[in-house]
Design a protein around this ligand. Structure first.
Ligand code: G3I
Length: 376
């Protein structure tokens, strides 16, 4: 047998297997499709050459999001240079396997290249750079990326309800002071205006630029630690309501859902999803993982895996209960590759649906049964 033929046989064997556990249940992807929801994951192009990684990704998910490949430092490494090679790998993979692609992310305060952060640009120059970035990247993927995280994590953890101080907002920021004043006058009440100074005019500009580059793409505001009803999600809610009322092109809100310490107020998450979808925008759960304490070998306790599964199930149910909650995405799918390990000095991990050998965990089964039994 020729090598190519052997590779085809091996790949189709992996693709036709059940969830890594070798069971004969339908894959997560099929259960999600029947349930009318998108099931996605973050992925890294470097791992696509690993047969088990690629086969699992294609079998279990109908949506994919480049984890880092579309961030500024990768896609825009020099002021006049765009590099789409990594993003294209994921987007081409998705096209081959009938998967939708979420784009992440056009505006963030992290993973920006030094030429940008150390460039000492004026507001006007920065606005030009950002407009060009957004329009170039969105236009490159027009028709292939169906939804974008236009702005990511613009609200501040430390000053509840306020915008984070970033290169885009006020260091030096892309909005002129006239625009900031105008935007703050459009805010509903005096107290809201005060708490948001300077207001979110710069976010509005980003959404308008993205919409000009691809009017069909769904445009999302994506945020961390705003899953529950709290000061941050209140501020985002007010911004989205204002955008909707003034016709600013926003289609959805992404709640990241990085869960630590097995703690999540599911009732509050459900109420939050409900109030955002009632504004007429979609909600996507965009980066779910449930980090567990792990031993030196990366293993979690069996009882924690069960509690983790329960959280996945409860949060999937909260999403399935609202028609406007249209996607659940995990931040990676195998514990072999997850940001949690390197970002916690290996004390936390085991956060995803499949273990390091691509075997399904209780969380996988919990999600699949939620999709199978809670159809809408
Ligand atoms: O760029 C270097 C590369 O040159 C080097 O070879 C490699 C070696 O480890 O490191 C590379 O940088 C890493 C980068 O990801 C690209 O892979 C950084 O060390 C690493 O810290 C960075 O982590 C990413 C993190 O965002 C950065 O903030 C994670 O992969 C990614 O999962 C994580 O994702 C974020 C979302 O975008 C937004 N929400 C929170 C989420 C988790 O932090």
């Amino acid at each position: 047998m020729q090598w190519q033929a052997i590779a085809v046989v091996l790949t189709s064997a992996v693709l036709s297997a059940g969830s890594g556990a070798g069971d004969d249940q339908p894959a997560l992807r099929r259960a999600a499709e029947k349930s009318g929801i998108l099931i996605g994951t973050a992925a890294r192009p470097a791992q696509l050459s690993e047969a088990a990684y690629a086969a699992t990704l294609a079998r279990e998910f109908n949506m994919v999001e480049p984890e880092d490949a579309l961030k500024w430092e990768v896609v825009h490494p020099e002021r006049e240079t765009f590099d789409f090679s990594q993003g294209d790998e994921i987007v081409d993979f998705a096209a081959r396997h009938g998967m939708k692609v979420r784009g992440h992310t056009l505006v963030w305060h992290r993973q920006n290249p030094k030429w940008l952060t150390e460039g000492k640009f004026t507001s006007g120059e920065l606005a030009e750079i950002l407009e060009k970035h957004i329009k170039t990247v969105v236009a490159h993927y027009r028709g292939r990326i169906f939804a974008w995280d236009v702005v990511n994590e613009a609200f501040d953890e430390l000053r509840p309800g306020s915008l984070r101080s970033t290169i885009w907002r006020d260091q030096p920021g892309i909005a002129s002071s006239d625009e900031l004043r105008a935007a703050s006058n459009q805010v509903r009440s005096e107290s809201e205006a005060r708490s948001w100074q300077p207001a979110y005019a710069y976010i509005e500009r980003c959404f308008r630029w993205a919409h000009q580059a691809d009017p069909q793409a769904l445009l999302f505001y994506n945020e961390a630690e705003a899953e529950v009803v709290n000061a941050k999600s209140d501020a985002i809610y007010a911004m989205v309501r204002d955008f909707r009322e003034r016709g600013v092109p926003i289609d959805g809100v992404g709640f990241q859902m990085h869960i630590a310490n097995l703690r999540a107020d599911v009732a509050s998450i459900a109420a939050n999803i409900r109030r955002f979808t009632a504004l007429g925008v979609q909600v996507h759960i965009t980066e779910m993982d449930v980090a567990l304490p792990v031993d030196a070998g990366g293993n979690a306790r069996p009882e924690d895996l069960e509690r983790q599964a329960d959280l996945y199930r409860q949060i999937a149910s909260a999403c399935l209960a609202q028609r406007g909650c249209t996607a659940i995405q995990t931040w990676g799918f195998t514990d072999k590759y997850s940001w949690i390990g390197s970002h916690s000095k290996r004390t936390q991990g085991a956060a995803l649906l499949l273990d390091r050998n691509y075997r399904s965990k209780p969380a996988y089964e919990a999600l699949r049964s939620a999709f199978e039994w809670e159809r809408r």
